[in-house]
Design a protein around this ligand. Structure first.
Ligand code: GAP
Length: 463
């Protein structure tokens, strides 16, 4: 059975979580695999394995909950990935969504002209591009980040379309539909979760920056004179969401963009930044987009995209506040924040101290031994629990090894069926973080777990 002795934490500020540790845990435990691995992999593409799917589902579900269930001023949308190509002329992406790139004629590699200090020249020993006498860089050219494809069987003029580089535009394209069907008056929002695509040049850093990724975006339409106030509201609200799901407040910060950093559509943007292993980096952008998008789409489509109050005749183009988060980047932040190592009476373990509502599996059901009727009773308990919460059943190997496996995927509770369980229908319930075990009647288990899931949670890494 589990040792419940003193727990020695092994990780500290001087022994930080590295990206390598996260990448290796993700592969070992089936969260994330490099994509197309049997063909040698495809740079910056990843596949989500079983526990990765469950974790990302939980992140999305919590986002939807905060947007839809806990409010009444936001509605949902799932728009197409391929939109009419004029969308991207109107939004400014065709012209402005570019990175300046230089090619090296010697090593044939391509680099971001504004980030040469992050690039690595193809020559050995590795230097930054332009630093060796052999480097022969071209002038910088603008390179559009949108992926192009063709609609229909013939590659003809006018058939070029783009994979969306942000989910936001699908929302603006549907503004008129929502004015008619949703009977909403600003302030109100439209929320969407889905894949976006960018032909990023500077990739790497695991799932932090990839060419296809998932966004969780909400466009909040407000009367123009309330835009600044709602911007502040969403800054506070989004920080509350990330910390409420367990991210340590001292690893999160808000950073306002300088004038030279603002996107073409934004009058003010603040990023929620997380202290990733690569340093402070953007987790979510919260922008004041003004009336840029609705005005542009009105001009290019010839449609009126405005709010009209039928009672008073008042009409205006709403301004937009946009919290735009990345689901994959969010998952990376939750994994980094949760990753921990400790030692219990000489035995080391890796543990993901995830908020229980995010944990891929809430409870593992484990017979102590694979005989004496224990597996049969354990299956009965598992079948009952899985009706209420995501549960795993595991009877293979030593009990300590099975606990370790669950610790590594962040399962907050483990139920162990032992010889006493067969006599009095009680089991032990073990806590991932404290390792405390309590004995509890099988009949009370599901209620007890659901009650624990509702309780406020704080990262043990803060203690
Ligand atoms: N509609 C506004 C917009 O798209 P953004 O700051 O470019 O704003 C929002 O993207 C969020 O999407 C980012 O904060 C990040 O979490 C995520 N994101 C953007 N590019 C990404 C990439 N290449 N890989 C992974 N996530 C990305």
């Amino acid at each position: 059975m589990e040792q419940t002795g003193t727990i020695h934490r092994l990780m500290s500020a001087t022994d930080p979580v590295t990206m390598d540790k996260i990448v290796s845990l993700c592969k070992r435990r089936g969260f994330v695999f490099p994509s197309s691995e049997i063909y040698g992999g495809l740079g910056s593409s990843y596949d989500y394995g079983h526990y990765g799917v469950l974790l990302k589902n939980n992140i999305r579900a919590q986002w939807w909950r905060a947007m839809l269930q806990e409010r009444e001023d936001i509605v949902a949308l799932d728009s197409a990935i391929i939109q009419h190509p004029t969308t991207w002329r109107a939004s400014g992406h065709l012209e402005g969504f570019t990175d300046p790139l230089v090619d090296c004629r010697t090593c044939k590699l391509r680099f971001r002209a504004d980030k040469l200090e992050d690039g690595h020249c193809g020559r050995k020993p590795s230097k930054h591009p332009g630093e060796t006498p052999d480097c022969d860089l071209t002038e910088a050219r603008d390179f559009n980040l949108m992926f192009e494809t063709t609609v229909g069987p013939v590659r003809e003029e006018g058939a070029t379309v783009y994979l969306r580089p942000e989910t936001a535009q699908g929302i603006f394209l549907n503004f008129k539909n929502y004015m008619q069907f949703a009977r909403k008056k600003p302030p109100f929002g439209i929320a969407q979760v889905g894949k976006s695509f960018r032909n990023e040049i500077t990739t790497g850093n695991f799932i932090f920056r990839t060419r296809e990724f998932e966004q969780m975006e909400m466009e909040f339409f407000v009367p123009p004179d309330q835009a600044a106030e709602w911007h502040q509201h969403w800054l506070a609200e989004r920080m509350r969401w990330w910390t409420g799901l367990g991210l340590r407040p001292d690893h999160l910060r808000l950073r306002a963009h300088g004038a030279d950093e603002l996107s073409h559509y934004s009058s003010a943007t603040s990023d929620v930044e997380y202290l990733f292993p690569i340093g402070w980096s953007e987790l979510e952008g919260i922008a004041n987009r003004g009336d840029f998008d609705l005005t542009q789409h009105a001009e290019f489509s010839g449609q009126k995209l405005e709010y009209v109050d039928t009672a008073t005749g008042e009409r205006y183009v709403p301004h937009v506040i946009e919290p735009a988060a990345g689901a994959d980047r969010g998952m990376l932040a939750f994994l980094v924040d949760a990753y921990d190592e400790d030692e219990i009476e000489g035995e080391r373990r890796t543990v993901l101290r995830l908020h229980p509502v995010l944990a891929p599996v809430k409870v593992a059901v484990l017979p102590l031994v694979r005989k004496d009727g224990q597996p049969e009773l354990a299956r009965e308990v598992y079948l009952e629990l899985r009706d209420r919460v995501q549960a795993d059943y595991d009877e293979g190997g030593a009990i300590g090894r099975r606990y370790r496996r669950q610790d590594e995927i962040g399962t907050p509770w483990a139920v162990t069926i032992d010889h006493q369980s067969l006599e009095d229908r009680t089991v032990t319930l073990r806590d991932r973080d404290t390792l405390k075990q309590v004995r509890i009647a099988i009949g009370n288990l599901a209620d007890a777990l659901e009650e624990r899931l509702r309780e406020p949670w704080r990262s043990p890494k803060l203690d």
